[in-house]
Design a protein around this ligand. Structure first.
Ligand code: 5GP
Ligand code: ZN
Length: 138
């Protein structure tokens, strides 16, 4: 998706309206148009990067600080018992808008927002193999 066609770039420049919560020189935050819980918020860098690993450190730094601050405000406002921070990267991971963003999703007891987390155990040796392979890829 090019920058010109990007929904979030259009929100950044005010071409598409949003329910804005916060804005500074590098970050904007607004309510998700299709929330999974009341107060579901998106925190978005103003510069267009498709995936998290493509963002330079200064962008990651400012967005990280904003996520923490906005999460506190969101959860304080809606009275949630907790929250999830989610950053989908790639279509297989559920990313639909190719402009990196963090979801802040307020959670309440029994809300069933995420009901299934398909955890399993590694077979013998697999965790060692993966830890080495990943660290060598840094
Ligand atoms: P993703 O699946 O890419 O992690 O999440 C994209 C999110 O953007 C979705 O939760 C979707 O509801 C939200 N979204 C898509 N288009 C718009 C829009 O035009 N305005 C707002 N506020 N949210 C949007
Ligand atoms: Zn964009």
């Amino acid at each position: 998706m090019s920058k010109n066609e990007c929904i979030f770039c259009k929100i950044v420049i005010g071409k598409i309206p949003c329910k804005k919560i916060y804005e500074d020189d590098s970050v904007i935050a607004f309510l998700d148009i299709r929330p999974v819980s009341d107060g579901h918020t998106l925190v978005v860098p103003k510069a267009h990067f498709e995936r998290l690993h493509q963002c330079p450190p200064e962008v990651l730094g400012s967005i990280g600080a904003c996520v923490a601050k906005i999460a506190q405000a969101v959860v304080g406002a809606v009275g949630g018992g907790g929250y999830n921070v989610l950053c989908n990267n790639g279509r297989v991971a559920g990313q639909l808008v190719d402009h990196v963003h963090f979801h802040i999703i307020p959670r309440n007891e029994g809300d069933e927002v995420f009901t299934r987390w398909p955890a399993y155990e590694y077979e013998q040796g697999r965790a060692d193999e993966l830890a080495v392979k990943i660290s060598e890829n840094l």
